[in-house]
Design a protein around this ligand. Sequence first.
Ligand code: NAI
Ligand code: 15L
Length: 269
Amino acid sequence: MPAPRTVLLTGAAGGLGTLMRELLPGHGYDLRLLDVRPVEGAPDALTADLADPGALREAVRGVDAVIHLAGISLEAPFEKILTSNIRGTYHLYEAARAEGVGRIVFASSNHAVGFTPRPRGGDPLLPVTVPHRPDTFYGLSKAFGEDLAQFYWDKHGLETVSVRIGSCFPRPTRVRQLSLWLSPADCARLLHAALTAEGVGHTVVYGSSANTRLCWDLGPARALGYDPQDDSEPYAAELIAEQGEPDPGSEAHARLGGHFVTDPPIWPH
Ligand code: NAI
Ligand code: 15L
């Protein structure tokens, strides 16, 4: 596949979308932006809902690839997750299939496997092959997205890299993020690798920087050509002084998904 140049970025008004629309052009991309909300400073951005299949067909027409960030990014009532993340991601894949788009990079999450026990010191790093163990309806929608991606590859030859993102923010703000942090610059490197690697079929990777406290295997991401440059460790002393060491006996620390595992469920009322 020739290197993609024109890329649709969904969720462009969000936190990660805002960071990526600043950084990805530096890797050579022309971005088409989409969000259900107006995108600040981008009057040409498409304002469209993932619930609108016709708008998505127009949005993907002529692009080489899609980076799919749009959706609810935290736990929410199931009906809302169903509309934006499950049905919405389906609509996007259908639009991409119908318009012959070759590849999607899907923003999956650590919460697709959030109930997985967090490796302790000396344990092997978590492989991407662990079974789905979502910790929330939100995580369940990411597990669905990964399965949808596999299905569209097997059935229709539409490629996806599903990136199980850890925590991508300008800097880590919680002790838990010391193992999961993905710096914005590394995120752009990883998305670039996911867009340009040859023959990915459907590939699942973990997405973080090369953190000293890494708990998962970055091998599959590196195999795409990702070469992370950042490490959360310079933030460790300050965060631990502020928040203390995580309690090794707590359920939130024992599982990859942290507090998403232990937060009370959100019911539809
Ligand atoms: P965010 O909540 O800041 O941005 C999401 C964007 O999607 C928003 O601008 C929102 O308006 C848009 N959106 C929501 N529903 C939509 C719909 N129905 N139609 C069109 N647009 C819609 O989230 P953030 O942090 O930027 O995350 C981006 C993606 O990456 C999300 O899919 C999230 O689940 C995933 N992710 C992010 C992580 C992080 O650390 N930031 C970690 C793991 C996954
Ligand atoms: C996610 O999936 C969320 O979208 C993000 O806001 C963070 O909460 C992140 O996981 C995390 O686990 O820190």
